[in-house]
Write a new protein. Sequence first.
Lengths: 973, 255
Amino acid sequence: MIEIGAGVGAAVLVAMLAVAAHDLIRRPGFRRLAVRNLARRRTEAVLVVVGSSLGTAIIASAFLVGASFHASVRDSARTQLGPIDETVTVAHLDDLGAVTEALRNPALAHSDGILPALQATATVTSGGSVHADAAARPDQRAEPSADVLGLDVAAARSFGGRPDDTGLAAVPGRLGPGDAVVSRSLADSLAVGVGEPVTLHAYGTTRSFEVAAITDPVGLAGAAEVIVDPDALRSMTSEGSGTRRVVPRGVVFVSNDGGVFDGSERTDHATAAIRARLEPRFDVEIASSKADLLAEADQRGRAMGQLFTGVGTFSVLAGLLLLVNLFVMLAEERKRELGLARATGLERWHLMRVFSLEGLFYAVAASVLGCFAGAGLAWAVVDSASGLVGPGAGADEPGRAAFGLHLVLPTGLLITAGLIGLGLSMATVWITSGRIARLDIVRALRDLPEIPRRHHVLRSSGPAGIGVAAGAALSLWGLFAVVPLAAVLGPPIGLCSAIPLLRPIVGRRITTTIVSVGTLVWCVGVFTFVPRITDHTGIPVYVIQGVVMVAAAVGLATALDRTWLFAAGLVTRTGRGLAVRLGLAYPLEKVFRTGMLVGMYALIVFTLSFVAVYGQISQNQTATLTRQVAAGGDLLVDANPSNPPSASEVAAVPGVAGVQTVWRAMPRFTTARGGDAHSWPASGFDSSMLTWGVPHLTERAARFSSDRAVFEALVADPHLIVVDERFGDTNGVSASSRGPVGLGATVRAEDPTSGRSTTYRVVGVTSKDVTGAGSWVSASSLRGLSGVGAVPSRFSVRVGNGTNPDDVARRLQNELVTNGVQASTYAAEVADAMSVELGFLRLMQRYMAIGLVVGIAGLAVVMVRAARARRRQVGMLRVIGFSPDTVRGAFLIEATFIAGQGIATGVGLGLLVSFQMLSRSAALGGEVMPYAVPWPTIGLLAVVPFVASLVVSLVPAHQASSVDPAKVLRMAE
Amino acid sequence: MACASAEQEPVTRDDPSGPLLVATGVRKIYRNPAGDVEVLRGVDIEIHSGELVMVMGPSGNGKTTLLNCLSGLDSIDAGTVFVDGVDIHRMSDRRRTRMRAKRMGFVFQSFNLIPVFTALENTELPLLCVGVGPRQARIAAERSLERLGVAEKMHRRPLELSGGEQQRVAIARSLVTDPHIIWADEPTGSLDHRTAGEVLGVLHEVHESGQTLVVVTHDRAIGATGERLIQVVDGAVNFDGPPEDVPPEPELVAE
């Protein structure tokens, strides 16, 4: 569908450009007319180009942001995998050698490397040893949880046949048992250099290494933060005490023929060949690491591109409205000229071509400028977003990996964006030119207004009737089949289709009022009239509903001209009142122009208000969410799973009043509907957790009277599970979009190491899993499933009365540094999670605010042109006694009236629609949030564009008020 | 932000009971990059209350400029213009604007009605501008339109009226403040003969009611209908007297 649309769009653009090129070369008269008009008003031409370029800028920036996400995630293939195409994880570490041998002999087809390795997690500290007393090691730095790879560096260098791709080319010789290769980021964080000692803490033991090399994040060197000799790592495991902990994983990396990126093209064949060779004999898990990562890159790039394109659509729309407005104004200014051109033999079609030729100059310049502006905009977005997706951001979120975001500027994409912008601008100009060219020659020559065309009732009644019927059918379908979008749009479509039927009977004003009010009433009340559709209504439907309401509100505003004039008449007692009256007269007379401008403002302010309310309500959830997540605890303590402390060690830290242990594992889950298994965190708890409280559930099976009852049932029944709402979400595709994994669903969990499996039934659902719990089962069930893979590496801690939780958190980290303990308050965890979400919302707001620039630029152009077009009228007003202040005031009132109407409409509808959405459950995953308006933000949203509109109108208002009446009237006479 | 407000004390003549307008030594120079052009060369004129003065002359000889300078629309380079005993060119722009609003009415060749207002609204504008309440302004505007015979079209926009009707509305607007003097610059220039005659008749009726009128025209026939004719040639008053005494000039005859 998209391809067809793109093809049609391209064909139309080519056709428009062909006509323009023909006229440019073969029609010197057309060319002269178009160029002369450009040259005549240079400043305005610049304003038109700048205003029009914003649409292209938005399209280009959306494309570039998508491409940057795509390229950045894709670049992870180079920085984190290098030659690794497939990863074979062995269930039993002892099988590692045999599996490696099985893959090497005979050689795998299309493979250029087989490399065994050990994967582990350890706490790394700077220096050779750790003082027991935290105060005695003020300069010692620690990384609580670092990825460690046990690797034969000499073999690794030749893995895949391209040493540079491994990132280890510069690492000298072989690693001795006391040598370690450290990533540059870890070296910086620990402040260590080559030849200096670092200490690894894992498996209940500690070992010092000397930094043999520091590597950049490329290939194998980027796959871990520390690389040591595999035997050294293996020996640490055997040295440790018998505490329950994660053991190193044995993996075999496979490199396919080809380079870093094209090797993944053979992944299907390679995976099949590996499976065929290993699965009958060994218990292994085979992952297409590179192909999966590249697929994620595609998906994320597409998702972000679509997100920013979607968000930017409002601004693009505003830009197009501006273009329509400008050309209609141009035509009005040149009315006599156009009438004369028609009178002297120019056909309508010719007039359209002259206008479109002029438009082509604007559009081409705007497209080029827009591409540059888009690149700048994309840079700003990427710069802001890099803090939200980079390392450290959203680290607790299951299924999401952090990556380094950087801007890319593919020329092809910029050209495509420029051509789309050009096409949209040209199409707008052609359509507007068609409207302009339908002028009445005599009336144009006499500078009289066009008489509204009489629509043949009979001729238009057919299509109108079909439209009304279609609207009615859509409404019925929406209501009875519970399709919210159809239910929302059906009546407005029917009403709009009825316009040609109503207008001859009741006139324009009443028709517009009926249609606008009808649409508004329906959109406001639809969820009250038909409550059952609310359970199926998502955020996009609310946004579309809002856009329809904005259009209806603008229509209503244009039909209320008499009301405004009446109000203006009431305040005409003073000179100020006279300015008000004059200021309102023009925008109320120029319904089309005013409607376009009001629509531009209203659209953008509506979306901004909507997002602002959503952000505020999310922010307000912090306290509630903290309480729900904490379940009676004060601190969340995570330890290195390879070396966790015991609960008693945690409890021994001063300030700790109580400790609950949570077992952690990463089973592979499969839903009853089949499909690929996916790894997802599981948290195991025992009955002692229930003494403090339980995590909040947004849904629970009907037979349970409380959340607590659900968790009690989990302790009692090893086949019950509570999942989070994003259970199985990978690469940004939520499980729910693939089909619900909701209450009553059955999921199968398998331990990747032991191969043991069990079946669970979902009896509860959590939301906003900020701690990354993943899913909840009883500790005994998790231990039964994952064996040694279920590690008591998480603790919920209560602090003593009067003790500062932050102090206790710091103490825990200091005293249990060798266990890689990271402790923070639940409030801080929630705030971190919210800050990422709110950061994205703010980014969206800033992006959408560009549309306001379009609106304000549009208003500025309109006011500049108005000041010029009304010189004679202003001169006459000055003659009969209007002071310059009154004239200036009238112009400013006109500008602020338009901006104010748009802002008020946008804010009002934004608040209304967000209220509707937030007071209903379905759109926000079952959560009913208390409505709250961020008045300071809303105030800014109202005041900033209002003041900006006022400021940009000052110059034209001053120009208008400064006219010399004698001069302008003499010129006119 | 009133239409205009008092700002500085005007310069007044000793004898306020004298002529309505006294212009002495009025000079006006248009300064252009190509060179200065002296459009008015020391014009002396007196206009008395109730007079109907026709200002005639060939095109480009300074008739409109004279009207603009005498009414205070345009500045002068030398001389004085006293209206009601006050030198209007020594006033601030605000004060002059206010004086224009209260004491003068204007009629132009191309009507210059505000297209977004109805005939009634156009007519009441000058009253609103001088602070008359909306109700009184509306009543006065309706009366003025009635007097000019266009009351039945008072709710129409200018572009919905014929040229003659628009000029009648413009005259109604100029009369609505009961001004001391009305300036009409080629009031029939855009109208056909029959309509021009009608408008001229209206102006005479206005004059007969005691109104002072200064009409700029290049049409000798119209000029001849006045009580007094001022002929402007090359920026100077060539003749000032009864129309029947005006000397025949080749240019004027030709025109």
